[in-house]
Write a protein that binds this ligand. Sequence first.
Ligand code: SF4
Length: 494
Amino acid sequence: MDTTKNKNWTLESSPAKLEEILPGGVVKCHLSPRNCVIQEGKVGFCKVRGNRGGRLVTLNYGKGVHSTEETIETEAVFHFAPGERILSLGNIGCMLNCGYCHNWKTSQAKYVTDKDVYYYTPEQVVETALKHGIRVISWTYNDPVVWHEFILDTAKLAKEAGLINLYKSAFFISEEAIDELLPVIDIFSISLKSISPEYYRKVTTGWVEPVLAGIKKVYDAGKYVEVSTLMVTDISDDEETARKISQWVLDELGPNVPLHFVRFHPDYKMSNSIRTPVDRLLKARDVARSMGVEHVYLGNVNDVEGTNTSCNNCNALLVTRYGLNAEIIGLDSKGCCSQCGHDAHFKLLGEHQANAPVELREDALAAYEKRKFEWHGDIVSLHAQVLNTEDFEQTVYLRRNYTDGHNSDWKSLTLRPHESYRFIIAKARIDETGPEVWLPNGVNSNLHEVFDRAHFPTESIEEIGISQNDITPTIGYEGKQNMYEQVIKLVSQA
Ligand code: SF4
């Protein structure tokens, strides 16, 4: 990865796929259902694909936010290798503009600042995953659809290296583009925002039909699929929405496809609201389960029923989860209940030794700098970004503190000379007060508060301080805040 900052990311372009050349030097893009018709020198809706010299180009090939080690649960994937470490990559731009987007600073290209853009080659991405013992690459955050060419090139290399590719998307994408993804993507985690056409038009600026068709297409192609729905307070957190989504999953996919009801936080153009009341999420889960959806989970909640997996036959506990952490406790190697043998519909990758606990005495770290962070309110995960400025390998250590004064085992992270690496630390137990990161001389660090699952914070606490408001990001959107009222009105008229 090139960590050069402050290049103008819009200047360089690369040839784009799914191009149609029209008369008069005009091009049409067939990547998303918008099919933008683009004049010379202009860009499409997503602002990362444009017309240069009468040809369709991509402006964001190899350009994205910092790659980040997370867990597969971050991507609303609960039945594929629970607890697996993944390398998440997000880019710039989006084919949608959802009113509540918590990644609007990177999904909406006009807000992207050059300091947040990193430059990658496909080889560098694969090398980073392999070097850190990571088996899954996740294409995520803003939305992978608009990074099509870079994903195809990198996912192919990753697959050849034995890695798995996960695609976490709102999936407003054309059929032709899906056909190109199918050979290289293994897991699709799709955010189905609603089943309502009016909701899609108003809140996301897209339309629901191609999203539904796309999910069905990848499922019918035999890909691993999970579906999640953001339950927006007073707009889409009602039983009727849960019932319609569940019915669609049952009719078009199957009862084994995991379904997630995800808690909303106020953000972007819909900051004048409140988080989804947890009892409505629990009710949605009850509705889906009573209709026959076998695996229903809640997202962005801790400490409540609805994140663990129990056997649907004998009720034995199979997987426990806390926040973005998971532990397999009752599955056999085939993903069945180890107590009664019932198929729990898990795909497992087998034991993985990377990032195992290390033996260490605190006095061995006398020359290290200790950085300590305390969980507060809804801030229960953190991105730590560390940069080794030396010409030799260096090791960073991490542990967690508990309310009774005890600490977890140590974990370590080895950085190559001049390597920049970003990783998530998510609260893993109810009595955990926060993490400690220990840094040797010559390793710089930045900590970023993460507001919810798959949120990519662009500002660090060194830049903006520790959040005083636990729910809404400190630096907020400065445009109008009238969308929430408009959507409430629309929903009440439906
Ligand atoms: S990806 Fe979609 S929004 Fe972007 S230019 Fe192509 S058709 Fe338009």
